[in-house]
Design a protein around this ligand. Structure first.
Ligand code: ADP
Length: 610
């Protein structure tokens, strides 16, 4: 498993590196809060130490010397100490929680920014379900554990030091007796930590796979049902669940293993101290106050010490989480803008590919010496069988990837030399699968051009033949769509995404035609909407419908990454035995008779076959 190989690199040096980095990136923001928290913690520790220290006076002055005049002072100081302690506990808990929550918010914001910055290549190699689960688990992991750990480390460490101070002050010799248990505890804790680290990383990975698998299964539920995959998927996910359960149990076993070890060692230490102190007070007739104070401090120190030992386990987990977050934050987007890249200046929007070659990372070439021109304001259809490289052409034009050789130009400017922002602003894209985002219908169209006025959005919807069905929705324009919204039909979704493209008002339109068949009425509406958006724009369309191809101004035919033919429907058909003629013949046969019938009036409307 991948976890095995990566966990090995997570050495002690790296623990420090990750911690340092977290501090360097976030520390400065919180100096004020930390300072306040430290004041609270010092007050907490001081009052705890005071309760141990005062035992000596209680025993020696009140019980041995019977100084009843001091009762009020001593009792009063105890009330004051506990009051301060309570307030200080409250203060530090609130402050540290605030720091922890803010830290999570900061990491979440950074991750969102980074996810938006990363290129398409990142998402083709990462499963989105797993990614979401992993981010979620790691960020909340950082918060829960960090705030817990910060509280424990800060409060317990300071208390422990103060109590040790009382112990040493009251009886240095006994302190040495008590502290011999330190080294064995440290050694065993260290050993367990190493094993815990690996188990934790495995657990985080398996959990994100599990949540990701569940998400994918539910998202694809129609396919799952259609192929009766329920049992298979249940079984597969069941294996992950078993694995996650086993990991969680293992983590519990390892981290709890510390408890018996520390309990036994602590018992030995306390027994040793009491035996030695008892012996000394019997033989040397020492005042019992110092010993009482010492033992109180020792007993009070036991809890924070135990928590501190456990804290390392929690801290380890937080560091695993932090590191996994950093793995995402540290990915550099593959292709950035060239230094000094200017904005694309689009006139008419003529697109030219010149000897373009391309291969996906470490794959075989997908495009080979592709050259063609998509004339400004005209429609160029890209045809070819599945896997020929049609989508790749569209992806390259948007600079989701950069070609390995050759040049892509828009109005004579090499797109590799302009900013991606300006390039993509001049392109509207209608994908095969219309994607709607969480939000209202109006929001979804407005993504095309955020600064558009309501009237412009309305107009775009009207042109996209969407106004009617939008008005019929329960809340009209404000109907929620996306994951938790109303369900729209395939055709309606397509028209919304076309409205988005119309609103964008970009000179270049990229269109990946839907392959899934719509009912005739829907189809006709979508086609009308498309005709509107294509008007006067340089359109590159990955054509799946015969009508689109026939009506296109220019057709390029791809075969295994090569441009084998180009021309108009007429000129290409006139080449018997040519690739297009073959393709067209096959397409013709495959098309449903109904579609061909529906086709005819449209052909007439647009002036017949060109
Ligand atoms: P088409 O759109 O004509 O069906 P594509 O452009 O999608 O073809 O794909 C061309 C080739 O590139 C195919 O062999 C496909 O397997 C490969 N391919 C497409 N996308 C990727 C990717 N993200 N990573 C690796 N190979 C890819």
């Amino acid at each position: 498993m991948a976890a095995e190989s990566t966990s090995g690199r997570f050495g002690a040096g790296e623990v420090v590196t990750v911690l340092k980095r977290m501090l360097a990136e976030n520390g400065r923001e919180y100096v004020g809060y930390y300072a306040l928290a430290v004041v609270c913690l010092l007050a907490f520790a001081a009052t705890t130490a005071f309760t141990a220290y005062i035992m000596r006076d209680i025993v020696d002055l009140l019980f041995t010397e019977k100084r009843y005049d001091l009762i009020w002072i001593i009792s009063g100081s105890i009330v004051v100490a506990f009051t301060i302690r309570g307030l200080a506990t409250y203060g530090q808990a609130v402050l540290l929680a605030k720091i922890g929550n803010n830290l999570v918010a900061r990491y979440q914001r950074r991750i969102v920014d980074q996810l938006m910055r990363l290129g398409v290549d990142f998402y083709t190699t990462t499963r989105s379900g797993q990614l979401a689960a992993r981010i979620n688990e790691n960020v909340t992991g950082i918060r829960d554990i960090l705030s817990m750990t910060l509280t424990a480390i800060a409060r317990d460490a300071v208390s422990l030091i103060a109590l040790l101070g009382v112990m040493v002050y009251q009886d240095p010799v006994l302190s040495v007796v008590a502290l011999v248990i330190g080294p064995p505890i440290l050694i065993s804790v260290n050993y367990l930590m190493r094993r815990l680290r690996r188990a934790t990383r495995e657990a985080v990975e398996v959990n994100s796979r599990l949540v990701g698998a569940m998400q994918e299964a539910t998202q694809g539920i129609t396919i799952v049902k259609a192929f009766t995959m329920e049992q298979q998927l249940s079984d597969k996910i069941g294996i992950l669940i078993d694995f996650a359960e086993a990991r969680a149990n293992r983590i519990a076993r390892i981290s709890e293993r510390m408890t018996p070890v520390t309990e036994i060692l602590a018992g030995l230490a306390i027994a040793g101290v009491i035996a030695y102190a008892g012996y000394r007070s019997a033989v040397a007739q020492e005042s019992p106050g110092a010993v009482m104070s010492f033992i109180t401090a020792l007993l009070l120190a036991y809890e924070p010490a135990k928590r501190l030992a456990r804290v390392q386990a929690n801290l380890e987990r937080a560091l695993v989480n932090a590191r996994m977050i950093y793995e995402i934050l540290d990915i550099e987007p593959q292709q950035g803008d060239r230094p000094g890249a200017g904005d694309l200046k689009v006139g008419k929007g003529e697109v030219a590919f010149r000897d373009v070659e391309f291969a996906y990372a470490e794959g075989s070439p997908v495009l080979l010496g592709v050259s063609f021109k998509a004339r400004a304001g005209k429609t160029t259809a890209i045809v070819g069988s599945s896997g020929a490289g049609k989508s790749t052409i569209v992806a390259l034009l948007q600079r989701f990837y950069d070609p390995s050789a050759g040049v892509i130009e828009i109005d004579g400017q090499d797109i590799a030399g302009v900013t991606k922002q300006s390039l993509r602003r001049s392109i509207a894209y209608v994908s095969q699968q219309p994607y709607l985002f969480e939000g209202t219908i109006r929001d979804n169209i407005r993504y095309g051009r955020p600064e558009a006025s309501d009237a412009e959005v309305d107009e775009a919807a009207r042109l996209a033949q969407a106004a009617e069905f939008i008005a019929a929705q329960p809340h009209g324009w404000n109907t929620m769509v996306g994951e938790n919204g109303v369900t729209l039909s395939g055709g309606q979704r397509q028209r919304l995404s076309i409205a988005r493209a119309i609103l964008r008002d970009a000179p270049i339109l990229l269109l990946d035609e839907a392959t899934s068949a719509l009912d005739n009425e829907s189809e006709a509406k979508v086609q009308r909407a498309l005709d509107t958006v294509m008007q006067g724009r340089t359109t590159l369309v990955i054509a799946h419908r015969l009508s689109t191809v026939v009506n296109a101004d220019h057709i390029i035919v791809l075969e295994s990454g090569r441009l084998v033919e180009e021309g108009t429907h007429r000129s290409l058909l006139a080449k018997p035995g040519g690739a297009y003629a073959r393709f067209h013949f096959m397409q013709d046969r495959a098309d449903e008779a109904a579609e061909v019938v529906a086709e005819k009036p449209r052909r007439r409307r647009t002036g017949g076959v060109r």
